[in-house]
Design a protein around this ligand. Structure first.
Ligand code: HEM
Length: 446
């Protein structure tokens, strides 16, 4: 069976292009080869890329028998562990999702709202008054604090600082894009990138296992995510083992921190560049009264702003599955073994779904209901991001505090482009901004 055409050339060159400029790469391929195209990355089968909503709908509706995401995500298993929800398929995957989902929804999720607000306020208080700074760094700090405090429930202090240090060091090496390429993963001692990564992983693991053991001994009355997971039981009444818990904790830390920080940075990038959008957002927030978590959840323009940022610059540009049996998708007959990729980036710029698709325009989300095959920054179907509601909520809480308490302006030295940080794409220079004014936190304490 002939696969749809795609870019040819030395695999290393294609990989570098893909890693360095994924948005341009996808756009360029679509322009040259049409709606469906094939590209190759080292140690993965050929990847056939689609963005047509009919195909996306079919992929997301598949119950996980013919299309396996775990098999597609294997390049992350060295860090996340082979028991992570991202790595497994079939019944094992469904069991994991059921165990992991509850803390990320409904009332339980809203209960983290005050924490999100407090941590955003702390970060706002610490913004420098002189000179420009990287907003991504600050958003990363908030998102890391939120995830560490909500997962582990640890209070500020030496334990929290130690844990944050070891996790930050680990995430820093993990986000070095070349480590996504399998042959870069050779341990040539503690100074080599992979050697350093392995040693930091071991150090972070020791801390995680210590935390898990402590929870097993005493979990009474705790509401943090780790405690809920330690108590969780599957349909046969079985709890998660220590190694499973470790893999899920690293997965949640990695999947839930950098992604949210980057999405927030993109939202700021677009709002600060458009005075009309900024005024509308400020006006909605100014008329909202006390910014309780429930109130923030209910603000339509804030919600539309977060969604539009995730549309225009999705932090993860593709989701993938490995085909286990032959299938026809978008008129292409595909053999078992190939990769099926839904391009979030390309789907989010289709003119049939989005008028003036390159424009940042939150109002579109107030005027039209988009289907899960047209807007899917969190993937879809049985693999849809477990943290979707949590991440959207966190984005809104942090944006609400930022626009209530500060005025900022963009201060980049050149055009703002997407640059890769491991699996996510962030604005170049981490988005340089300047603080123009800040309202003391007491004035708006919720
Ligand atoms: C703006 C922030 C985020 C974005 C853009 C994002 C995006 C994604 C995407 C695209 C996937 C793959 C879905 C698929 O294959 O169809 C995913 C999976 C996942 N995400 Fe997120 N995510 C975000 C935040 C979070 C947070 C806050 C958490 C939890 C703390 C989280 C946990 C997960 C997990 C556990 C999976 C694996 C789901 C599975 O395989 O069943 N993510 N996310």
């Amino acid at each position: 069976m002939a696969l749809p055409p795609g870019p040819k050339g030395p695999p290393m060159l294609l990989t570098m292009h893909w890693l360095r400029r994924p948005f341009e790469f996808l756009e360029d391929c679509q322009e040259r080869f049409g709606e469906a195209f094939t590209f190759r990355l080292p140690q993965l089968p050929p990847l056939v890329v689609f963005s047509n909503p009919e195909v996306v709908k079919t992929v997301f509706a598949e119950p996980g028998e013919a299309l396996h995401a775990g098999a597609f995500n294997q390049s992350l298993s060295a860090f996340l562990g082979d028991k992570s929800v991202l790595m497994v398929d079939g019944a094992a995957h469904m069991r994991k999702r059921k165990l992991l989902m509850p803390p990320f929804h409904g009332e339980r999720m809203l209960a983290y709202g005050d924490l999100m607000m407090e941590l955003a306020d702390d970060a706002i208080d610490a913004l420098p008054e002189d000179g420009s700074f990287s907003l991504h760094e600050r958003m990363n700090g908030i998102a890391l604090d939120v995830i560490i405090r909500s997962i582990f429930g640890v209070e500020r202090g030496p334990r929290e600082r130690e844990m944050k240090k070891s996790i930050t060091e680990l995430l820093e090496v993990m986000t070095w894009p070349p480590l996504l390429i399998p042959f870069m993963r050779t341990d040539l001692g503690p100074l080599s990138p992979w050697g350093r990564a392995l040693r930091l992983l071991k150090k972070a693991d020791d801390g995680l296992y210590e935390e898990i053991r402590a929870r097993r001994v005493n979990n009474a009355g705790r509401q943090d995510i780790l405690s809920l997971l330690v108590d969780a039981r599957d349909e046969e009444g079985k709890p998660m083992e220590d190694t499973e818990l470790r893999d899920e904790l690293v997965t949640l830390l990695v999947a839930g921190h950098e992604t949210t920080a980057t999405a927030l940075t993109w939202a700021m990038r677009w709002v600060l560049a458009d005075p009309i959008v900024e005024d509308k957002l400020r006006s909605e927030l100014d008329h909202a009264g006390e910014l309780t978590p429930q109130k923030v959840q209910s603000l339509p323009y804030l919600d539309a702003t977060a969604r539009e940022a995730l549309r225009l610059c999705p932090v993860i540009p593709i989701v993938g599955r490995i085909l286990r049996e032959p299938m026809t998708l978008g008129g292409c007959d595909l053999p078992a073994g190939v990769g099926v990729v839904c391009s979030i980036y390309l789907a989010h710029r289709r003119p049939e779904a989005y008028e003036d698709p390159t424009r940042f325009w939150p109002d579109r989300f107030l005027q039209k209901k988009l289907t899960p095959a047209e807007w899917f920054p969190f993937g879809g179907g049985i693999r849809r991001c477990i943290g979707m509601a949590f991440a959207l909520f966190e984005m809104k809480m942090v944006l609400a505090r930022l626009f209530r308490r500060t005025r900022m302006k963009l201060d980049s030295s050149g055009p703002i482009k997407p640059v890769r940080r491991s699996i996510t794409l962030m604005p170049s220079e981490g988005l340089r901004v300047k603080l123009l004014s800040r309202v003391p936190r007491e004035h708006h304490a919720a």
